[in-house]
Design a protein around this ligand. Structure first.
Ligand SMILES: [Zn+2]
Length: 292
């Protein structure tokens, strides 16, 4: 069985690639797409070193680097973050990523594909199912299984086509499945030290707490300062405030402000540990905001 695993060098995809190499004997084909917004060579270099580490310390596999074909749309593409929710995301950066994956699946012809997912990326609907004809072109393939890396069971294939109504699929398949998803902090704990040492943070220098718009850098602050909590405890504490994962039903469709709620969750965990966290959490306006 040939398994295709997209790999960026971020925590979720690193965990996923490492785990499939270690726990299965399937043929692994991995690739890394250079994104239009990623000018930083340091992350490409880090990913290459991780690939070499995995080949040296776990087992050999195929790895290639590809360019993301096409660029993002000039105009915003707005979709509701969940069925029936007022808050909308601009997903224009996601479309070229999906198109590239479709192209690579056509090219590599794998028996299975592992798509990146984790607890903290499950606050919205699975937009590749709800947007346009991406669902049909990506998932409607005879003999190709799809796995989601947030699932604890590596053999749990996900049927992305039934129920056929996307809203019903989110309600009956996607959100119930995310209740037990692993999050980035739990995954980080599991990754071997040799790989951790090669990891590059999303932004360098890290955004400060006063730059109130970077979820990724807030996660790094939580990782650094809340060593008193287990990975799972950190994941769940943020999910509870963010109203996703096991808490997805708590979100109010009219008032839910999207990804900003997970930033609020990180700030709560940083109170008393990082200067300004309490102030930032208290003044956090969780009624506005947009994912860029
Ligand atoms: Zn940042």
């Amino acid at each position: 069985m040939k398994i295709l695993i997209p790999f960026s060098g971020g925590i979720n995809s690193t965990y996923s690639l490492w785990r499939y190499l270690k726990e299965t004997d399937h043929e692994i084909h991995s690739f890394r797409a250079t994104e239009w917004f990623e000018a930083e060579e340091r992350k490409a270099e880090s990913a290459r070193k991780m690939v070499q580490w995995l080949k040296d310390n776990v087992r050999d596999f195929t790895f290639e680097e590809v360019e993301t074909s096409g660029s993002e749309s000039d105009v915003p593409i707005k979709v509701p973050m969940r069925p029936g929710f007022k808050f909308e995301y601009n997903i224009r950066a996601l479309v070229p990523r999906w198109e590239k994956l479709i192209e690579v699946i056509d090219d590599v012809k794998p028996d299975a594909v592992v798509r990146g997912s984790a607890l903290e990326t499950s606050y919205n609907a699975l937009l590749s199912v709800s947007y346009g004809d991406i669902r049909e072109r990506m998932y409607n393939r005879d003999g190709v299984k799809f796995y989601l890396s947030g699932n604890r069971d590596l053999t749990q294939a996900v049927d992305h086509l039934n129920p056929s109504d996307p809203d019903e699929w989110m309600e009956k398949v996607w959100f119930p499945m995310t209740e037990n998803f692993m999050g980035r902090f739990e995954q980080w704990e599991a990754i071997p030290d040799g790989l951790k040492a090669l990891y590059e943070e999303p932004h360098k220098p890290r955004h400060t707490l006063l730059e109130n718009n970077c979820r990724d850098c807030l996660f790094e602050e939580v990782q650094e300062h809340r060593t008193d909590l287990t990975g799972r405890e950190k994941d769940l504490a943020i999910a509870k405030i963010g109203k996703y994962g096991p808490y997805w039903k708590d979100a109010d469709p009219d008032a839910y402000p999207g990804v900003r709620m997970s930033m609020r969750g990180s700030l709560e965990l940083l109170k008393g540990h990082v200067e300004l966290a309490a102030q930032r959490a208290d003044e956090f306006d969780d009624t506005v905001g947009e994912l860029e």
